[in-house]
Design a protein around this ligand. Structure first.
Ligand SMILES: Cc1cc2nc3c(=O)[nH]c(=O)nc-3n(C[C@H](O)[C@H](O)[C@H](O)COP(=O)(O)OP(=O)(O)OC[C@H]3O[C@@H](n4cnc5c(N)ncnc54)[C@H](O)[C@@H]3O)c2cc1C
Length: 1107
């Protein structure tokens, strides 16, 4: 027997009922084991951990999973303590046996953004360097977890480097990472921020390594390291020169580097200022810091931040304002927004209190009794026999399941790995495909068909919309790549340069629009998402030639000159779709190669995979815009969260302190006024429970499906531009059938397997005959590793998703069981012991699964969705054009809207005046000069003076650019090997010094009668010398041999050095010549520049390695 959950009662309030039936949820009330937890000996319980009781329990040891509150976060009302702290803390609940390397992050355990455990480790390791940053790369922190299977993929087990940073690459620093600790303590309110240039630049890193890390940090923040973000460009263009853009970018990237090294600790303003190499640039550092902070590039997520909110001056205290901001929806977007707003108003609160205003109150109103929205990990009826580590619940993902790569700027990387430390399982793309009759598809055939499919997709990509261009400005890549800076002598600002016809300085040619040509597409099997291919479709190569190069055999009737003509279909309609165009391509391919019905089933499987990613039939996807987000995909393997993705929204809700989320508040009417309003009057929200809220600002994160449905009424109605975009955008459907078994009958190590479907008309060669059925159970996820029980999740994509909404649970389970039975024959597949069917369309608080680009959607519509209207602001995945339809996209939209709302309250970022202090020439005293030499940055070019003639300055910049190009291509000039310093007597002295010293000290004691007497160094030297001279040849020989070997090595090293340096010099000359040819210098003195050499090229200018 199996129990089934369905979603036929959309009026019931319990969240689960929208997705599946009430019976299922009632059964959830079965309590689980009451085993008490045992903390590992020697590890202190974490203070405050027990305060975050799960459900009604407050004692960590008496927590039950699967209790009455499982699908909700409440005990009774919104004010109550909510659920599952342990479930977000590394996925370890109260049954958690902490490992020293797991860092349960709870409000009370996290002082200064560090857990007690981390603090202990750090204090043990602290070497007393006050100016250092927290670095968890220290080998001493790496206690082995390799023996613990469940921790196989937690950040702690990623190895020495990756464990320590949410950006693993950043930790792969050379040098001694021990010195880079960031241990920010929360600052004392009102204390003046201390700023010290260079203090955040680790002395022991070479400049090129430092530069590399900064560039990586920017890339891992979704920012181009070498270019201003269009918003930064707008902010700075009238204030900075071209050289200062590079300086600004260096500072900005260095601040990001600090953040990524440890996102458990906030980055402070003084740390940010320490990224400036000269105190003149503190203004730039402040702007960079503010910009990164406000826009959620640093200090975001579950991190404790300082509170700068001060006391309101007495004169303004009476009647001081306190605005209210209401966020509607506690999904990833709403929680991300509320959490970031709380953080911003804490960090920037003094700006409000100074003007006589209290920081605003932030309230989240949520319709469901739980957080997470479309991130929902539903617990199973049976929690026994779990294979998960203690403390994890056995759940299945009803909504979001896959993290599509942690690298290259996924904010989930910071939150999941860097802050919450939740374990995850890496997915392998080892799909096998079963044909509809249960036979396994031959791998080579699968590959062949996939190539053909991708080719048609690429040909369809010709009809893509051109991407919008954003104006920005680029810094000097050559210098930045090596952590160097240009000399800055002022001059025209970027804006002035743009307005005049003045030719730009060398390396400044890119004050221009960023217009990337859209790349070509592929589709990954793992998530159905389009990804970018570097090569591209070459229109000069015919389809007949292409298909042969893939390995297909051309039909005898076809010729090499034949190609596809998609123009007719693509241009036939005002709103062409991807599906129609591709199907036409597939039909035309049938004229070239001998496609069989099985190939059609395979091609249809790929369509189904696209329909999964886009939550709609390919026939409803816009041809020109369906993959408008391409090029933004993250890197790294896809993963699933162990113990439930919902741990992430729970973490955001509760860490570092609980957000004010009010559950069971269904907004039905939004009355608003776009005129300038007094505080508290602009918006009035009416809930179905009769409660009314007034607010100054409202952020709506309700899904696009809810906005489309009209279940929320706007008074006055939303303007046409907003209502039209809501209608133009697509909101699709994806459903899942979760099947829980007693025992796995599939390969437990295979993460997924695909299933081909037969056409409605058997063995049809017409692509359209496959559209109704191709998405039925087309993919099975094996969720044993993340759910802890033998679980398969079958996907219902495209038209099949709607079929699932309209078909009974019994029918669906029977159908899927028949299909599995055929696949695993001759073994018999039993009915599942539990089955859950999602019906997201019926869910009144979602009305579907996620957004897509429909045929009528226009380029830029995601941005229009995001645009505010009066006091109403909009977020949610459907407002994130760069990463739509995803968890990270929803979260990023939350950060974006938080910055937008904060700006309306605090005002725009103020540019300090002057932004850059004038250079003051101070003659250092000889004493300070020698100290400074150790710390100071040795610029790529000599420091300039304010009155230096422009021409000399230009030459210096030009030289700097050349050396940058050289260093980028061939690195630093080889360093001459040091003197061998090997002399047999010195080697002997090393071994015998302490023996002789002991003998001399003893002699001295005997001679003076003083037990403390010590021999002088000279006496010891004399004694060692005498011993050496009188030693037997056999004693001396090993030292002579060692010295002779060392000499031979040194000779060989010198020869090798000379060879390498000759090559380097030759290459440097070539690069210099090529650079001059490519960028002729102003004034035309090519010859002179060609023959000049910088100190670096002469091998004398090796930058000081700072100590
Ligand atoms: C089946 C499925 C599979 C998915 N798979 C993935 C995946 O593998 N990877 C991935 O990255 N993404 C996936 N997604 C997409 C991802 O889940 C969403 O993009 C993301 O969670 C959306 O977050 P959000 O905050 O924008 O909206 P939501 O999470 O929907 O949050 C909106 C909130 O508003 C509340 N609300 C709605 N109406 C009202 C009202 N009237 N009053 C008050 N509150 C209201 C809702 O209850 C909800 O909590 C999947 C989604 C689904 C449905």
């Amino acid at each position: 027997m199996f129990s089934i959950a369905s979603a036929d009662d959309p009026t019931a309030l319990d969240d689960g009922s929208f997705l599946f039936d009430q019976t299922h949820d009632d059964l959830l009330s079965m309590p689980m084991s009451t085993d008490s937890i045992h903390l590992k000996g020697g590890i202190a319980p974490i203070p405050g951990f027990s305060n975050l009781g799960y459900g009604r329990e407050s004692s960590a040891s008496s927590v039950h999973y699967g209790d009455l509150q499982d699908t909700s976060e409440l005990s009774t009302s919104h004010e109550r303590e909510a659920s599952t702290p342990g479930a977000f803390v590394n996925g370890y609940g109260a049954h958690y046996t902490p490992s020293p390397l797991q860092h349960p992050f709870t409000p009370n355990s996290a002082v200064n953004g560090m857990t007690n455990i981390q603090k202990k480790l750090i204090s043990r390791l602290d070497d007393g360097d006050a100016n250092t940053t927290l670095n968890r790369t220290d080998a001493k922190t790496q206690l082995s977890l390799n023996d613990h299977p469940s921790m196989a993929r937690t950040p702690q087990s990623l190895g020495r480097e990756s464990q320590t940073s949410s950006t693993p690459e950043l930790s792969q620093a050379q040098g001694q990472p021990k010195k880079h600790r960031r241990t920010n303590s929360l600052p004392v309110k009102g204390k003046v921020v201390e700023m010290k240039a260079n203090s955040s630049i680790p002395a022991e890193l070479s400049w090129s390594e430092f530069g590399r890390q900064c560039i990586l940090a920017a890339e891992n923040s979704r920012l181009n390291p070498f270019t201003l973000h269009p918003a930064e460009y707008k902010l700075l263009r009238e204030h900075v020169t071209h050289a200062q853009v590079t300086i600004y970018l260096n500072i900005r990237n260095a601040i990001l580097r600090l953040w990524h090294r440890n996102p458990l600790v906030y980055v402070s303003l003084s740390e940010a200022a320490g990224c400036a190499r000269d105190k003149r640039y503190f203004g730039l550092a402040k702007v960079a810091y503010q910009w990164l902070l406000r826009h959620g590039y640093i200090n975001f997520g579950c991190v404790e931040v300082p509170n700068t909110v001060g006391t309101i001056p007495k004169s303004k205290a009476k009647g001081a304002l306190r605005r209210t901001i209401i966020v509607v929806g506690a999904g990833m977007s709403g929680l991300g927004c509320a959490r970031h707003l709380e953080g911003l108003f804490a960090q920037l609160g003094d700006q409000l209190t100074d003007t006589g205003e209290h920081p605003p109150q932030i309230i989240v109103l949520e319709a469901r009794p739980r957080v997470g929205g479309r991130v929902y990990s539903h617990p199973f009826l049976q929690q026994a026999d779990s294979t998960l580590p203690p403390g994890h619940r056995c759940t299945a993902e009803m909504g979001a399941q896959i993290v599509t790569g942690f690298e290259h700027g996924n904010p989930m990387n910071t939150i999941i790995r860097g802050q919450l430390g939740i374990p995850y399982h890496g997915l392998r793309d080892n799909t096998i495909l079963y044909d509809y009759d249960g036979t396994v598809v031959d791998r080579s055939q699968d590959i062949l068909v996939e190539k053909l499919y991708n080719d048609v997709l690429e040909r369809a990509a010709v009809y893509r919309n051109k991407p919008a261009a954003h104006r920005t400005v680029e810094g000097d890549r050559n210098l930045m790549a090596f952590g160097r800076e240009p000399t800055d002598t002022g001059g025209s600002t970027v804006a002035e340069l743009e307005m005049s016809d003045t030719p730009l300085a060398a390396n400044a040619e890119s004050t221009a629009s960023t217009k990337q040509e859209k790349p070509t597409t592929g589709v990954e099997k793992l998530a159905g998402r389009a990804y970018q291919l570097s090569a591209g479709f070459n229109p000069d190569i015919t389809a007949a030639e292409t298909v042969q190069s893939m390995g297909w055999k051309l039909k005898p009737s076809a010729s090499n000159a034949q190609s596809l003509d998609l123009d007719m279909i693509a241009k036939a309609s005002e709103y062409p779709t991807l599906g129609q165009t591709m199907d036409e391509g597939l039909r035309q391919y049938q004229l070239l190669v001998d496609l069989k019905p099985r190939d059609m089933r395979l091609l249809s499987w790929h369509h189904a995979n696209l329909e999964y990613a886009n939550a709609v039939s390919v026939n409803q996807l816009s041809l020109s815009g369906w993959d408008q987000d391409i090029g933004n995909e993250f890197e790294g393997e896809h993963t699933e969260v162990i113990g439930g993705y919902q741990q992430v929204p729970r973490g955001l809700w509760q860490c570092p302190n609980k957000l004010d989320v009010r559950f069971n508040h269904v907004i039905k009417t939004v009355r608003y006024n776009t005129d300038e309003q007094e505080v508290g009057k602009a918006v009035r929200l009416e809930c179905t429970n009769g409660e009314v809220y007034v607010a100054d600002k409202v952020i709506l994160t309700t899904p696009l499906g809810v906005l489309k449905s009209g279940s929320v009424t706007f008074e006055p109605p939303l303007p046409d531009w907003k209502q039209d975009v809501i209608e133009r955008m697509g909101f699709g459907l994806l459903n899942k059938i979760v099947l829980v078994y007693e025992k796995a009958f599939w390969e437990p190590d295979r993460d997924m397997f695909g299933l081909l479907n037969e056409a409605e008309l058997e063995a049809s060669m017409r692509p359209e005959d496959y559209s109704a059925k191709r998405g039925r159970f087309y993919l099975f996820w094996n969720c044993i590793k993340t759910s802890g029980r033998p679980v398969l999740v079958a996907l219902m994509a495209g038209e099949a998703a709607h079929y699932a909404e309209a078909t009974s649970d019994n029918q669906l389970v029977r159908e899927v069981t028949d299909r599995l039975d055929a696949m695993f024959a001759p073994n018999h597949v039993p009915l599942p012991s539990e089955a859950i069917v999602t019906r997201w369309k019926k869910d009144p608080f979602a009305r579907g699964s996620y957004s897509y680009v429909g045929p009528k959607t226009q380029a830029g519509d995601y941005d229009v969705m995001a645009r505010p209207h009066g006091p109403l602001h909009f977020a949610g995945e459907a407002t994130c054009g760069t990463h739509p339809a995803t968890v990270h996209g929803a979260y990023l939209a939350g950060l974006r809207v938080a910055a937008e709302v904060a700006e309306t309250i605090i005002g725009p970022i103020k540019i300090p005046s002057p932004l850059i202090e004038k250079r003051v020439k101070i003659e250092p005293s000889s004493a300070t000069a020698s100290v400074d030499a150790k710390r100071r940055f040795d610029p790529a070019v000599p420091a300039s003076r304010d009155n230096k003639p422009g021409r000399i300055q230009r030459n210096e910049d030009y030289e700097a650019a050349i050396i940058g190009a050289i260093l980028e291509q061939i690195g630093e000039r080889p360093i001459k090997p040091g003197r061998t310093g090997v002399n047999p007597f010195l080697l002997y002295t090393k071994d015998f010094w302490y023996i002789c010293k002991q003998a001399c000290d003893d002699a001295q004691k005997a001679k003076t009668g003083n037990p403390e007497a010590k021999a002088s160094k000279q006496e010891i030297r004399n004694a060692v010398g005498l011993q050496w001279r009188t030693a037997e040849q056999a004693v001396k020989q090993p030292y002579m041999d060692q010295a002779s070997n060392a000499r031979d090595n040194a000779t060989a090293n010198t020869a090798e050095f000379q060879e390498r340096v000759a090559i380097w010099d030759k290459e440097a000359v070539r690069i210099r010549r090529e650079y001059i040819q490519a960028h002729p210098p102003e004034g035309g003195n090519e010859e002179l520049i060609l023959n000049s050499r910088t100190a670096i090229e002469l091998g004398a200018g090796k930058r000081l390695r700072r100590l």
